[in-house]
Design a protein around this ligand. Structure first.
Ligand SMILES: NCCC[C@H](NC(=O)CCC(=O)O)C(=O)O
Ligand SMILES: NC(=O)OP(=O)(O)O
Length: 320
């Protein structure tokens, strides 16, 4: 099982279909017996560094590490750490207290693996596209880094999503997967949508993306997908429908539409009677997605969240 890409030193994006299959297989192996490899990580330590809020990622990553005997330590750096300076050569005579070089360097000596959450600014497109903040941790820590959602991607979420799709695909020859934009009141990152597209296409799935005009995602992640502006057409014969809001990419970080007709209800599924619905959570109920769908038999959202443990466990196991 460890024959593919054993040299991987980071987990920040989709690498290959072979590695994807291997990580899904390993996750399902751990799901069947979570503590089967409890000795594997004994003596190792993972630092989970959050620059933004989290429920699932924070807890599932700690459980995953513990299942492997790896000691997890969480630092909510946005709230409990010193204000970080990111700019090279900055004269630190204002609000920032500690330079990322020093902070990441120290963390690199404390841990065997780092895991970082660093959301985008949604104002500086170039820096966000280059994962500026996340990359500083990679550069200055000098140890393997796992993405807990960077500006551009959320690979542990996408791995959990692919595990969930695998588990619910029996009897479906080639599942039709649809990623649909849903309304929101805030400007929301592109990372979950980007990663979901990157992984679905990378794993060889048939992916259709639907959204109002103006919400086109970066082609870096969507090349190979069918783009369909008519949501009704897109949903026809769908097997899996992934709901997500994101803000403008071309008109960067902007809210272009809040059209409530894009929120899925039962009546959207007349031409996709067997479709399952997915969302990474947290979800704004009755704005992004209706109670009717979330509380009904189509919803896979709790299964996805549970699979976050085994996705993280598979990846940590791979890195150690
Ligand atoms: N990691 C799961 C999603 C995190 C983030 N959601 C949010 O910021 C929701 C905020 C709100 O609903 O106010 C996102 O979409 O990238
Ligand atoms: N899906 C997800 O990443 O959830 P959290 O933001 O709560 O970690």
């Amino acid at each position: 099982m460890d024959s593919v890409s054993p040299s991987i030193l980071q987990f920040t994006q989709f690498e290959s279909q072979a590695l994807g299959q291997q990580l899904i297989d390993k996750a399902l192996y751990y799901k069947a017996d979570p503590r089967i490899d409890i000795q594997k990580g004994m003596g190792k330590r993972i630092g989970c560094i959050f620059l933004n809020p989290s429920l699932r990622t924070r807890v599932s990553t700690q459980i995953a590490a513990s299942n492997l005997g790896v000691e997890p330590i969480v630092l909510n750096m946005d709230k409990e750490g010193w204000a970080l300076e990111m700019r090279e050569g900055a004269i630190m005579n204002k609000g920032t207290v500690e330079h990322i070089k020093d902070a990441a360097g120290v963390l690199g000596t404390y841990f065997d693996i780092l895991a970082i959450r660093a959301f985008p600014s949604l104002t500086n497109k170039e820096e966000d596209m280059n994962d500026f903040v996340f990359s500083q941790f990679v550069k200055y820590s000098g140890i393997p880094v796992i993405s807990l959602e960077s500006a551009t991607r959320h690979p542990l979420q996408s791995l959990a999503d692919q595990i969930t799709i695998r588990e619910h695909s029996s009897g479906i020859k080639k599942p039709k997967i649809v990623l649909t934009w849903g309304p929101h009141i805030k400007a929301i990152p592109h990372a979950v949508a980007n990663s979901f597209a990157e992984w679905s296409l990378g794993m060889g799935h048939d992916l259709t993306i639907t959204h109002p005009a103006g919400y086109e995602l970066s082609e870096k992640f969507t090349k190979g997908a069918t783009i369909e502006y008519n949501q009704k057409k897109a949903l026809q014969d769908a097997d899996f429908v992934y709901v997500k809001n994101w803000s403008g990419f071309n008109d960067y970080g902007k809210i272009i539409s809040t059209d409530p007709s894009w929120m899925l209800t039962e009546k959207h599924f007349v031409n996709a009677p067997n479709a399952k619905v997915m969302h990474c959570l947290p979800v704004r109920r009755n704005l992004e997605l209706s109670d009717e769908i979330l509380d009904g038999p189509r919803s896979l959202v709790q299964k996805q969240a549970e699979n976050r443990i085994y996705a993280a466990q598979s990846v940590i196991s791979h890195l150690i």
